[in-house]
Design a binder for this molecule. Structure first.
Ligand SMILES: *[C@@H]1O[C@H](CO)[C@@H](O)[C@H](O)[C@H]1NC(C)=O
Ligand SMILES: *[C@@H]1O[C@H](CO)[C@@H](O)[C@H](O)[C@H]1NC(C)=O
Ligand SMILES: *[C@@H]1O[C@H](CO)[C@@H](O)[C@H](O)[C@H]1NC(C)=O
Ligand SMILES: *[C@@H]1O[C@H](CO)[C@@H](O)[C@H](O)[C@H]1NC(C)=O
Length: 453
């Protein structure tokens, strides 16, 4: 009898108001519900910045493209033509001065973009930490280059705003001798994990208390090599951010697209249909690079139409979108990025009611008109938004997925204009104002609010 009571008490205490205790295995880690803020905010800004922002050519894999096993001839040629033969990649760190870095201006751009979370790189595969890591002696932004902690001011100026602060961190490092030794041992040793890779993550959580941990550089090894479930169990049970933090899925090649928090799968992941799990489309405004490129042309950047199309199809299929900017080595966000982000913000000021705190609707895209996407506010079961990329020539928007019999009204978002509509086939045909700047609430991608009986 006594032992029965004890068992009941034990079972209750592991699952009650004290909270669930997560175990260091994927079943347990995966059972943690994502903190709700993440699904509500939808739009994030990704900032990929590091020593590679100095050569700013090819992409953020510059060092590997130069000295890795399969050198990129363009990168090799650049180095041969313009640098002395004694020049090493580490010498770029001295040129990483971030002399025009103005975190107040960065935070202004972040806030005005409408992004509600930001993910800042603390370390890429080159191993250079953007903060004074005690595990990265002489290869961090305080000891060399900018002589500044490049994380803390962004974090400080965002404090108290509605923008969540997150970090990007690469587990592996291309050329770290400790890592290469573990790799040569077929990952049967874990010195790099203990002394560098994972040690930094504990340090970052302790120093900056991020709400997002965006892990990367996991793919050469199993999650057991990275000791990932041990870290995540600590993060979810005992860390200072245990109630708010969200993580992605890049914790080892057995984990990607399967385990962890939200699914980021591959870069620019965009499955084009509803997913069972929460997912994120991490994508770039520069089609070819996450890091800044000095030789980029305007055509390399997504137009506003292309960006908004990606935003809308991501959100209608239940994803979040994380939009990347690559700042310069001298510390600025270049005007083309700034313009895109401010334009996105102006668009969200008008159309954000159909974006933030929404969920996928019955239909994700329209059955008749191409490039029409839907989303529904979580708080209002009797409403949905239809977004359209192309303003129809005849000012008649056909929505094949909307049944006229259940509809009570249609309004153009941002103008308070009630629109007339009629049944058309299985759907409806909405009369919208003529295509001109006076009538249109914004310049690209519009939406109508559908209200149901
Ligand atoms: C390396 O480790 C993996 C995973 O444990 C194993 O499948 C593989 O056979 C090992 N390879 C060698 C060469 O020992
Ligand atoms: C893995 O995590 C556990 C729990 O924190 C710790 O005891 C162990 O030393 C870690 N192993 C490595 C190689 O870091
Ligand atoms: C809607 O999405 C589905 C799935 O991606 C696609 O096959 C279909 O062509 C889309 N419909 C229109 C009208 O674009
Ligand atoms: C729409 O109506 C609301 C409430 O009447 C008003 O505050 C808002 O300024 C109007 N918006 C536009 C674009 O006319």
């Amino acid at each position: 009898m006594k032992s029965v009571i004890l068992i009941v008490v034990a079972a209750l205490s592991s699952q009650t108001c004290l909270g669930v205790k997560y175990e260091p295995n994927w079943n347990s880690i995966d059972s943690r519900p994502l903190p709700a803020w993440y699904d509500g905010v939808k739009i994030g800004m990704f900032i990929n910045w590091g020593v590679y922002s100095v050569p700013s050519y090819s992409n953020e894999w510059f060092w590997y493209s130069w000295k890795g096993p399969k050198p990129d001839p363009r990168v090799v040629k650049l180095m041969e033509q313009f640098y002395p033969p004694t020049f090493t990649y580490a010498d770029f760190a001295a040129e990483f001065k971030a002399e025009f870095y103005d975190p107040i201006k960065w935070v202004d751009i972040i806030k005005s973009s409408g992004a509600k979370y930001v993910v800042l790189s603390t370390k890429h595969h080159e191993g250079f930490t953007m903060y004074p890591s005690k595990y990265s002696f002489n290869w961090n932004s305080v000891d060399v280059g900018p002589n500044k902690d490049l994380i803390k001011y962004i974090f400080a100026y965002l404090a108290g705003s509605d923008v969540h602060f997150g970090i990007y961190h690469s587990l592996f490092e291309w050329f770290n001798p400790l890592y290469l030794q573990d790799k040569a041992n077929n990952y049967t040793t874990q010195r790099f994990v203990k002394e560098k890779g994972m040690a930094e993550l504990y340090e970052i959580v302790d120093m900056y208390r991020p709400d997002v941990i965006w892990s990367d550089g996991d793919w050469e090894a199993l999650s057991s090599y990275w000791n990932a479930t041990n870290f995540l169990a600590w993060l979810y049970n005992d860390s200072p951010v245990k109630d708010t933090v969200v993580v992605n899925d890049r914790w080892g090649y057995d984990s990607r697209c399967k385990h962890g928090g939200f699914l980021s799968c591959d870069d620019r992941f965009n499955p084009g249909k509803l997913q069972k799990r929460k997912w994120e489309n991490a994508m770039t405004l520069d089609r070819y690079s996450w890091g800044f490129r000095r030789d980029a042309s305007i055509a390399d950047f997504l137009s506003m139409e292309e960006l908004l199309e990606t935003v809308l199809n991501t959100i209608s299929y239940g994803g979040n979108i994380l939009i990347n900017v690559g700042p310069t080595g001298y510390g600025t966000i270049s005007p083309i990025y700034e313009e895109r982000f401010r334009q996105l913000g102006s668009w969200l000021k008008v159309n954000g009611e159909g974006i933030y705190a929404t969920q996928p609707w019955v239909h994700q895209n329209d059955t008749v008109t191409p490039k029409v996407w839907y989303a529904a506010p979580k708080a209002d079961k009797k409403a949905a938004y239809a977004f359209f990329i192309n303003w129809p020539d005849n000012n008649e928007l056909v929505l094949g997925a909307v049944s006229g019999s259940s509809l009570s009204g249609v309004a153009l978002v941002g103008s308070n204009k009630t629109l007339t509509w009629e049944t058309s086939g299985t759907g409806i045909k909405v009369t919208i104002p003529p295509h001109n700047i006076v009538e249109m609430p914004c310049m690209w991608a519009w939406s109508v609010k559908l209200t149901f009986k």
